[in-house]
Design a protein around this ligand. Structure first.
Ligand SMILES: [Zn+2]
Length: 391
């Protein structure tokens, strides 16, 4: 057994460790945070602007979410972290009383900010909203997250595309390490956990060195960054095969940032990842793509206009309990707002139910045996579709 990790603002207990036969690195655990408990492996819906798009907090609960992610970069720019702090913090502001993880803003600064300049102090960029100039440093990124009052803050990092040249990856990885140390020093809030981020791209030696460096810091959890970008599933799995064995005896949770298709989630769990987030299930839902066991259906297709059946027979979500495919198809054609809400409820319910099935299999000790069936249920929602590049 792995001794439970006990930090001041986070406790993590691996309740079902990977089997000794090496057939999988999948494990189950319980992460206890200031606003509640999270069973792992777990998926975090993304509430970019302090809202999971189209859903109320009651909807977020009903789809099965136990923790959500919100974006530091977006909330810093609008409405401003100081304003949210004055209004009682992010939980009160958005009326979500469960755990919240805030990202560091590093990814959005690099992917959304214009005219960015990176140096060792931080990243200077222009707002994608109004063109105003800002500089994000590790100290500011931590200060913003402390003002928001999330359960988990994340160290500031410099992500690069997985396919970047080795020299670019090496430079960004070294800088990420220096910024992680500064983030640890800056972080003061005793009721907020702090996670560090591994970079290293697809270079095995850089990925391994980054894993060792971040694991040596006094952080409460370990983010695996710089993936879920333009890499192939095989490249991603190779990177996870570098990280996983190095963290085999580490008691802290591991979080792969930005991965969201069920097929991709399943393979990452098999390689020992505990936490995930992505805008993907909600984003494709708003485009009319609904996930069902074994595949997906495009609700904009004409054939659904006369279909009285629910999206998915056994789904407990609001859309499937009360409405037909025909009604959803009509709402999408008429661009009615309820359509976006119902479709989002369905895809997040499907994703969170899939994670619950994975946890059940791990707890029953039958995850390796159930992998083929879980792969079938996940369908082939992988590859380019997983490459969501902005939140
Ligand atoms: Zn449903």
């Amino acid at each position: 057994m792995i001794t439970p990790y006990v930090g001041t603002a986070a406790r993590y207990e691996v309740t079902v460790p990977p089997p000794l036969d090496g057939s999988t690195r999948a494990r189950a655990g319980t992460l206890t945070l200031a606003h509640g408990r999270v069973e792992t492996p777990q998926f975090m819906p993304v509430g970019t602007n302090a809202t999971v798009k189209a859903l109320s907090p009651d909807d977020i609960r009903e789809v099965g979410a136990s923790i959500i992610l919100s974006n530091t970069y977006h909330l810093y720019l609008r409405p401003g972290h100081d304003r949210i702090e004055r209004l009682g913090g992010l939980h009160r502001f958005m009326d979500w009383d469960g755990p919240i993880l805030t990202d560091s803003g590093g990814f959005q600064v690099v992917s959304l900010g214009d005219l960015r300049v990176v140096n060792d102090d931080g990243v200077t960029f222009r707002s994608h909203i109004d063109g105003s100039s800002h500089t994000f440093t590790p100290e500011l990124a931590i200060g913003v997250q402390e003002a928001l009052g999330s359960d988990i803050a994340v160290a500031f990092d410099q992500p690069v595309f997985p396919s970047s040249p080795r020299a670019v990856v090496a430079d960004a990885t070294d800088r990420t390490h220096r910024w992680a140390e500064r983030s640890v020093t800056a972080h003061q809030r005793g009721d907020q956990a702090l996670f560090g981020i591994i970079q290293g791209g697809l270079e095995p030696d850089l990925r391994a060195a980054s894993t060792r460096f971040i694991a040596n810091l006094p952080v409460d959890g370990i983010c695996i960054g710089g993936l879920a970008g333009d890499e192939t599933p095989a490249q991603r799995e190779a990177a996870l095969d570098v990280v996983g064995p190095l963290l085999a005896d580490d008691p802290r949770p591991r979080y792969l940032m930005g991965l969201g298709s069920p097929a991709d989630l399943l393979e990452a769990v098999d390689r020992g990842v505990d936490l995930f987030d992505s805008v993907l299930p909600a984003r494709v839902a708003r485009n009319g793509q609904l996930w069902i066991p074994g595949g997906r259906l495009n609700i904009r297709n004409r054939s659904f206009l006369d279909d009285p059946s629910p999206i998915q027979e056994d789904c407990p979500c609001l859309a499937c309990r009360r409405f037909s495919r025909a009604y959803l198809a009509h709402l999408f054609r008429a661009r009615e707002l309820l359509g976006y809400r119902l479709a989002t409820c369905h895809n997040l319910t499907f994703t969170l139910d899939f994670m619950a099935r994975i946890r059940s299999a791990i707890r029953a000790g039958s995850f390796p045996a159930m992998l083929p069936g879980l792969r079938l249920r996940a369908g082939r929602m992988s590859g380019g579709e997983g490459a969501v590049t902005s939140a």
